[in-house]
Design a protein around this ligand. Structure first.
Ligand SMILES: *[C@@H]1O[C@H](CO)[C@@H](O)[C@H](O)[C@H]1NC(C)=O
Ligand SMILES: *[C@@H]1O[C@H](CO)[C@@H](O)[C@H](O)[C@H]1NC(C)=O
Ligand SMILES: *[C@@H]1O[C@H](CO)[C@@H](O)[C@H](O)[C@H]1NC(C)=O
Length: 672
């Protein structure tokens, strides 16, 4: 290691006038000194004779007292105890005096200026991390359009802060790798004439070099110089033969043929000339972002039960670039589809993108979807960022779907003998869920008119005699069930009727039921009618009986019958007023293919408030009438009278008779 004091750079100015004020001492200290400390800086010009007193070091702003400087009392050297940073403090002003203990100055003050010598320890910084510059078309090459700014913390005016600018890299490297030039000292950025140089012509003329005979000039023959405001597409330097771009804009895909004339004698008359052609093909760059043909499409409605995979809509995008590779597009749903309910499908080289449904829709979960679809160029784009045309908003409205009414069977079948009388109940069509909203039933195509259906209950009856129906035939009728609250919701079901042979025995008439009474005018009462008693099928509970009023039109008019359950029906008055008397109501009961007719006697009477009959009407069973009572009485009296007459007549004749004549010989007829 070199001794520390050897490294110091010092400037020593000798004391010119002894006794006068000593001249200032100037010391340079290297910044960030990396050697040993203390570093001896300079020997101070202390007087030799003054051995008493002590050396006092002070500085501007009082730094020196506890600062990095000190004076070695033995050698009289000024020393520094640690490394100095120029950017923290570049200069230190110190004063050295020799004083007695009571503060009397024996020598000095000696001024010392310590200068920290800069080391290149500061990194240059640009004023911004990213500069954005817009360049208009037609910017001339070589004319600065932007100045870069950078600063350096090292000592100004020294090599350490003298900056130079360089272009490290240009991306993309199209259309030319050296599109720009940068003035290294000023940071001036300009288009480089090279990025616009199209061709350099080289011509040889064998005549003596330097003579007019070999002085050649170039002229552009074609395309003709245009007078258009935009100027020319190409410029030709007449002396160098460089072809550069002119001010007129280029169109990708253009093919331009340049014709150049070269002539010697400096272009003067009589010069020899030849021509050449330069074919220029203007290639495309990916400077157009793809755009949708529309930014917003009309809201689309999709029923809630739309099958996943269904096409929702087709979107179209275009790209103004010419090169097929620059027209390739990428699509994505950018917003509005967190659940992944929708998806996109496209052919790589087409501008059509298909928006499809991928999952089930749910009106409850989301009654509408607002999707933002974005299109991007597959190739790295050059030029401005994509504009608003890069997205399209698709609004999808979900339509609620209410399922149609459900019936308790998928189809209905019944078998009836062809002799079944009108009014017989065939079957009842019911909703599968009894709690669902009420239904309205109707027959769609009962072309024969054989059936009728009760709109509300769904009971299907035989409407008229099944004339023309052949045993073994089938008759299919569609039944429509509509939701009473929402008539657009409906379902239809087939009802198949199989016709059977009429039973060979005549319809048995069963024993009459004990009669019951009903009030007229009609009150809220009816009569329960049971199935045929003693029927073994009924006892075994096999299948339901169906009840219907007999085919008698009066009975059909006066009475109503409805099923209670599988074995009983309920009979009520069909009219408000029915004549008060005893009625016998014919009722047809059927069970599978068996049919009975029963006669139900009902007494219709006027009633009191308790609903009891007020007057006995007609001959009631077991109750003698007045007439019959009188008849019986008179008959009895006549019989008694005749009997008495017979007795008295007999006694009178017996007294008058011959005692010899026997009693037996008297003729009987005489007794009458
Ligand atoms: C979508 O709906 C259909 C018919 O309603 C159903 O069968 C299927 O399970 C549903 N799929 C999902 C994932 O919920
Ligand atoms: C009623 O329509 C159904 C279904 O179209 C058909 O099968 C049936 O034969 C039709 N019935 C009559 C009586 O036309
Ligand atoms: C049918 O209803 C009648 C009258 O209400 C009742 O007496 C009978 O027990 C019921 N039968 C069945 C099987 O419910």
């Amino acid at each position: 290691m070199v001794p520390a004091w050897l490294q110091l750079l010092c400037l020593f100015i000798p004391q010119a006038f002894p006794g006068a004020q000593p001249a200032e001492v100037y010391v340079d200290v290297p910044e960030n000194y990396g050697g040993n400390f203390p570093l001896y800086l300079t020997k101070l010009p202390l007087p030799r004779k003054e051995t008493e007193g002590q050396i006092v070091l002070s500085g501007d702003s009082g730094v020196a007292a506890e600062g990095p400087f000190a004076v070695d009392p033995e050698s009289g050297f000024l020393l520094v105890t640690r490394a100095l940073d120029r950017e923290e403090q570049a200069e230190y002003q110190l004063q050295v005096t020799l004083e007695t203990e009571d503060g009397r100055v024996l020598w000095g003050p000696q001024h010392v200026l310590v200068h920290v010598k800069d080391e290149n320890d500061q990194v240059p910084h640009f004023s911004q991390a990213i500069y954005k510059v817009q360049l208009s078309q037609g910017t001339r090459p070589g004319v600065p359009f932007f100045f870069l700014e950078a600063s350096d913390g090292d000592a100004p005016g020294t090599a350490n802060s003298d900056l130079r600018f360089h272009i490290l890299n240009q991306a993309p490297s199209q259309p030319s790798a050296d599109m720009f030039q940068l003035e290294p000292q000023l940071g001036a950025l300009a288009l480089s004439p090279e990025g616009t140089k199209v061709a350099k012509l080289s011509v040889e003329d064998a005549d003596a070099p330097g003579s007019p005979n070999s002085h050649i000039v170039y002229r552009l023959l074609s395309p003709e110089p245009e007078e258009a405001a935009e100027g020319r597409v190409f410029e030709l330097d007449s002396t160098s033969g460089s072809v550069t771009l002119g001010a007129a804009p280029l169109q990708a895909g253009q093919n331009i043929l340049l014709q150049v004339l070269v002539i010697d004698l400096g272009g003067a008359e009589g010069g020899l000339s030849s021509t050449c052609e330069i074919a220029v093909m203007i290639t495309d760059i990916n400077d157009h972002a793809p755009e949708f043909t529309t930014s917003q499409i009309e809201p689309l409605s999709l029923p809630e039960d739309t099958e996943p995979g269904t096409l929702v809509t087709t979107l179209m995008a275009t790209d103004a670039d010419l090169e097929p590779a620059f027209r390739l597009m990428d699509f994505a749903i950018e917003a509005g589809d967190v659940e992944g309910t929708f998806g996109l499908d496209w052919e790589p080289d087409s501008g059509h993108v298909l928006l499809r449904l991928l999952k089930n829709l749910s009106y409850e979960a989301a009654p509408s979807h607002k999707l933002v679809v974005v299109v991007r160029s597959v190739a790295e784009p050059v030029g401005p960022d994509p504009g608003p045309g890069a997205t399209v908003t698709v609004t999808v409205l979900v339509e609620r779907v209410v399922p149609p009414p459900q019936l308790d069977q998928e189809s209905y079948e019944a078998s009836v003998p062809v002799s079944t009388p009108a009014g017989s109940l065939l079957l009842t069509i019911r909703p599968s869920d009894p709690m669902s909203s009420p239904l309205r039933f109707s027959l769609v195509n009962d072309s024969e008119g054989w059936l009728c259906i009760e709109e509300v209950s769904g009971e299907v009856h035989i409407a008229r005699a099944l004339q023309g129906a052949q045993p073994g035939d089938m008759y299919t009728v569609l039944v429509e069930a509509q939701d009473a609250d929402e008539p657009t919701l409906s379902t239809s079901v087939a009802l198949v009727i199989h016709f059977l042979k009429a039973p060979s025995a005549p319809i048995p008439t069963l024993a009459p039921e004990p009669s019951q009474h009903l009030c007229t005018p009609r009150q809220d009462r009816g009569v329960v009618v049971g199935g045929p008693r003693g029927d073994p099928d009924l006892a075994g509970g096999h299948g339901p009986y169906s009840f219907a009023l007999g085919p008698n039109p009066t009975a059909q008019r006066d009475w109503r019958l409805r099923a209670l359950n599988g074995s009983h029906a309920y009979l009520t008055l069909g009219l408000h007023w029915v004549e008060p008397r005893e009625h016998v109501v014919p009722i047809v009961v059927s069970h599978h293919d068996r049919v009975w007719q029963i006669q139900v006697p009902v007494i219709v009477c006027r009633c009191n408030v308790e609903g009891q009959c007020m007057r006995k009407v007609g001959r009631m069973k077991g109750m003698p009438t007045k007439l019959s009572a009188v008849g019986i009485l008179v008959g009895t009296l006549i019989a008694i009278g005749i009997f008495l007459i017979l007795i008295f007549t007999h006694l009178t004749l017996a007294r008058k008779k011959d005692p010899d004549q026997p009693v037996d010989s008297v003729p009987l007829k005489a007794a009458v």
